[in-house]
Write a protein that binds this ligand. Structure first.
Ligand SMILES: C[S@@+](CC[C@H](N)C(=O)[O-])C[C@H]1O[C@@H](n2cnc3c(N)ncnc32)[C@H](O)[C@@H]1O
Length: 268
């Protein structure tokens, strides 16, 4: 049973990693145009600023959208380390930042201090934890690499709705096999956060998706896979494009719901 679960989780990680690697260039262009994840990080850090001079681990750092913001937050004496499972995403980050940041290809569900060069003042998951198949493994790893009093930061995508109806329901009504948007939704993560990081503050946050933002986000290969996981990418693109066109014609702006969480203290 444990082996079955491990094999299932590996399959999920490989699929997600492949989707991100193939979509890495488009992801970097989307971020360059919209600064979507950079702005999200700003909201997350506004809950509780990380310490100046701190050492931060950016789990699922991707193309590096959050690396600069985190480096600015900790200042010249701080250090930011990025970890991601997708070599393609890391390649984009390297082409942008060279060797300015330490970037490590590893699984965010299971990481250790030894491979990361020491402990951290903060571990950040910007738009990552909800897509990990093993949230407990990941948060336990985070706790193990944090210094005494270190913090965890989480921005978790909970869903997207149009006219108050979840997009997966709209797709199902249209006859499509829609995906579970989050593998580790906040309902599953919240008790873990409570157990491992008591006293964590969180708040809900919504983002209204204008037509270019909706298209830019959901036409990305990995994001479209979250909505329509069983279809090949060209088919997913066509379907999402047709819904985007309808929303635009009807003047409907889909809304994403996020949870932002920061633990400013760690009780042992
Ligand atoms: C939506 S992107 C967010 C990237 C980045 N945090 C940002 O703000 O742009 C999710 C990232 O998580 C990475 N990821 C997904 N599953 C992972 C895993 N099991 N371990 C490490 N990284 C993972 C993906 O490769 C991708 O780069």
């Amino acid at each position: 049973m444990v082996d079955e679960q491990a094999a299932r989780n590996k399959k999920i990680r490989d699929t997600i990693s492949g989707n991100f690697t193939r979509g890495a260039k488009s992801y970097a262009l989307f971020e360059e145009e919209h600064q979507f994840f950079k702005k999200l990080l700003g909201e997350l850090l506004s809950l509780s600023p990380p310490p100046a001079g701190g050492r931060i681990l950016d789990v699922g750092c991707g193309t590096g959208a959050s690396l600069e913001g985190l480096a600015e937050a900790v200042g010249d004496n701080g250090e930011v380390v990025g970890l991601d499972i997708s070599e393609g995403m890391l390649e984009e980050a390297r082409s942008r930042f060279g060797d300015k940041y330490t970037l490590i290809c590893a699984d965010g569900c299971n990481f250790e201090e030894k491979a990361l060069g020491g402990k951290f003042d903060a571990v950040v998951y910007n738009a990552v934890l909800f897509m990990l198949p093993d949230a407990r493994g990941s948060l336990t790893s985070a706790k193990s690499v944090l210094k005494q009093g270190g913090s965890v930061y989480i921005a978790s995508l909970e869903g997207v709705e149009a006219n108050g109806i979840p997009l997966p329901d709209i797709l199902s009504q249209g006859g499509y096999k829609a995906g579970r948007h989050a593998l580790s939704p906040w309902s599953k993560v919240a008790p873990l956060v409570d157990e491992l990081f008591p006293g964590t503050l969180f708040r809900e946050f919504t983002i209204e998706l204008t037509p270019p933002l909706f298209r830019g986000f959901y036409l990305l290969e990995p994001m479209s896979a979250g909505l329509l996981p069983t279809l090949p990418y060209p088919e997913r693109r066509n379907i999402i494009e047709s819904y985007a066109k309808n929303f635009e014609e009807e003047g409907v702006a889909p809304v994403q719901r996020w949870v932002l969480a920061a633990s400013n203290k760690r009780d042992d």
